[in-house]
Design a protein around this ligand. Structure first.
Ligand SMILES: NC(=O)c1ccc[n+]([C@@H]2O[C@H](COP(=O)([O-])OP(=O)(O)OC[C@H]3O[C@@H](n4cnc5c(N)ncnc54)[C@H](O)[C@@H]3O)[C@@H](O)[C@H]2O)c1
Ligand SMILES: [Zn+2]
Ligand SMILES: [Zn+2]
Length: 432
């Protein structure tokens, strides 16, 4: 049977929409986190059901909060509607499958890819799945970006309108493409991060061509930046310098021994980050990676311009990356940017021959299998970023901590009533 794809069954990010057409009628109550307005996320009841023959229903045993979810909570992401269920990273156990699903069966442990791939368009065939041409029906996306990217779980109608996995139960469209089985040797507390953080951070150093003996600088020490530093070291780099503005610099150094960090709030005498980097690496680094995000303006001008809508993203971190990179070096952007920016230093970029690589939304499928093997063999331990374990009941509060970067939170594991017992060596449950 041909895989039926296309936007026909997108935009059901809330099973209650359209009079509950996509909601399970059995009466079983399932919790899910919904966006209810700017800075307002709340748990509600929502039970998804199989809508397409290629769907699976997964009982979630682990989910988390991503830096990208904070952008969604802030309303920076377009076309989020009241009641939409959030969350693009989850793992769980297959509960039911549609008649056309071949690769997974009920009771199997699985992890999702944050992107919804059709598996058959020209981009999916090359495993550039975030560029999928068939899983996102947003016409606004096409108008603003010239062409649509693929759908993303729990991330607005701009990204296809799929219900997310910060829930007890989630519908996975095109399940054969968008679920990967987890072997027994990989516990949820590690396997979960194959849905986004591991492929995204890996992509940021692979796609920018980081290689042995390079000097690399990475902006932002959230989970993406921290793991990007790890991958850069694994590639045999000479030095990795990471930049942030808080305690995460010390946390990262405690996990990666050779990492050097700059907490820019402690720079004296008006020294800028690029000046500091040139002092540390004369001439500049070979590769810079921006793992922050366009909403985090630093200076007054950009704060104002963002506030009044004169730009959608600050250019400050990208400018710092450009200025910190050696002539004919490379800058990569993996942090999320949404639209237009002002005061972009196109001069330094052009004159000095800097290669600007927009990493795009990370094509998870390109790296999935390879990364699973690395997790299995212990080449990478994703728990270096795992600092907290919360209950789904507390997930709205976890968003607040994530937003404020408080309580030593780097990355959390959120358990549900279907989760297994905590794996030894991973953080104990914190009640919020
Ligand atoms: N491209 C993709 O496919 C993809 C996938 C996942 C996440 N993302 C994006 O990657 C970014 C990082 O994600 P995360 O989960 O690690 O987020 P996070 O919010 O936990 O981390 C961002 C870090 O950047 C730091 N920061 C802010 N302004 C800074 C500045 N001026 N200089 C240096 N550091 C600064 C913050 O203090 C924070 O520690 C986010 O924008 C997220 O949306 C992209
Ligand atoms: Zn994420
Ligand atoms: Zn596709």
């Amino acid at each position: 049977m041909a895989i039926r794809t296309g936007p026909r069954n997108t935009d059901i990010s809330n099973p209650d929409r359209e009079g509950g057409r996509c909601a399970d009628e059995s009466g079983e109550k399932m919790k899910a986190l919904a966006w209810m307005g700017k800075k307002d996320v709340r748990l509600k009841q929502a039970s998804p059901k199989i809508v397409d023959d290629h769907d699976a229903i997964v009982r979630v045993t682990g989910t988390t909060v991503c830096g990208s979810d904070v952008h969604a909570m802030h309303g920076v992401i377009l076309q989020v509607e009241k009641g939409d269920i959030l969350g693009h990273e989850f793992c769980g156990v297959v509960e039911a499958v549609g008649p056309a699903v071949k690769n997974v069966v009920p009771r199997e442990r699985v992890v999702n890819s944050f992107v919804v791939s059709c598996g058959e368009c020209r981009y999916c065939k090359q495993k550039l799945t975030t560029a999928c041409e068939k899983t996102n029906a947003s016409t606004l996306h096409e108008q603003l970006y010239a062409s649509r990217m693929g759908g993303v779980f729990g991330y607005s109608h701009f990204m296809g309108g799929y219900a997310g996995g910060q829930a007890e139960s989630v519908r996975v469209p095109l399940a054969d493409n968008n679920l990967m089985k987890l072997p027994h040797s990989v516990p949820d507390e590690k396997g979960l991060y194959l849905s986004d953080v591991l492929p995204t951070s890996y992509h940021s150093v692979s796609y920018t061509g980081v290689k042995k003996d390079d000097c690399v600088a990475i902006w932002g020490l959230g989970p993406i930046g921290l793991m990007a530093c790890f991958w850069a070291f694994l590639k045999g780099t000479k030095r990795v310098i990471a930049i942030d503005n808080n305690w995460r610099t010390e946390y990262a150094r405690s996990k990666l021994e050779r990492l050097e960090t700059i907490n820019y709030t402690t720079l004296g005498g008006g020294e800028t980050v690029p000046q500091k980097i040139h002092e540390m690496v004369p001439g500049g680094v070979d590769v810079s990676v921006d793992a922050t995000g366009g909403e985090y303006a630093k200076g007054f001008m950009h704060k104002l311009e963002l506030e009044i809508g004169a730009e959608q993203d600050t250019s400050e971190m990208i400018n710092e990356c450009i200025m910190s990179t050696r002539k004919f070096g490379t800058v990569g952007i993996i942090g999320n940017y949404a639209g237009f920016t002002n005061h972009f230093n196109v001069g330094s970029l052009m004159e000095r021959g800097i290669k600007l690589i927009r990493c795009g939304l990370a094509p998870v499928h390109k790296y999935w299998q390879e990364l699973l093997e690395m997790v299995e063999h212990g080449t990478v331990d994703p728990t270096i970023m795992l600092t907290h374990r919360f209950r789904l009941d507390d997930i709205a509060k976890a968003y607040q901590l994530q937003e404020k970067r408080e309580s030593g939170l780097v990355k959390c594991f959120v358990e549900t009533r279907f989760s297994s017992r905590r794996t030894e060596g991973t953080p104990e449950l914190t009640r919020l």
